[in-house]
Design a protein around this ligand. Structure first.
Ligand SMILES: [Zn+2]
Length: 102
């Protein structure tokens, strides 16, 4: 079950190696939900830290996506420490997990 498709790619800031993450590798958690004018707004976050297999550089990804209204992509934000974003995922919210009640 995934809300993303395609590939997320970044390059290591230290050695320049490109790292690709397929949609299966991203584990988005429903992190926030709120009621707005057109219904629910849901937020999803994927946090992943790994070491570059080329130079051992630690790379930290914090990937946030918001769905609003339900079923529609609203916004996304990607922060990477130690790396540079190359390509983001595409989104598909039809299989989105139910957000926890907050
Ligand atoms: Zn590297």
């Amino acid at each position: 079950m995934s809300i993303v498709n395609g590939t997320f790619s970044l390059t290591c800031n230290k050695c320049g190696k490109q790292h690709d993450f397929t949609a299966d590798e991203a584990d988005f958690d429903a992190t926030s939900g709120s009621e707005r004018q057109m219904g629910s707004e849901n937020g999803y976050t994927w946090e992943h830290t790994f070491n570059c297999d080329e130079c051992e550089n630690e790379i930290e990804i914090e990937y946030e996506v918001w769905e609003y209204p339900v079923g529609a992509f609203n916004n996304d934000q990607v922060e990477i420490k130690g790396g540079t974003e190359v390509n983001r995922y595409g989104y598909d919210f039809h299989d989105a997990p139910e957000p926890d009640d907050i």
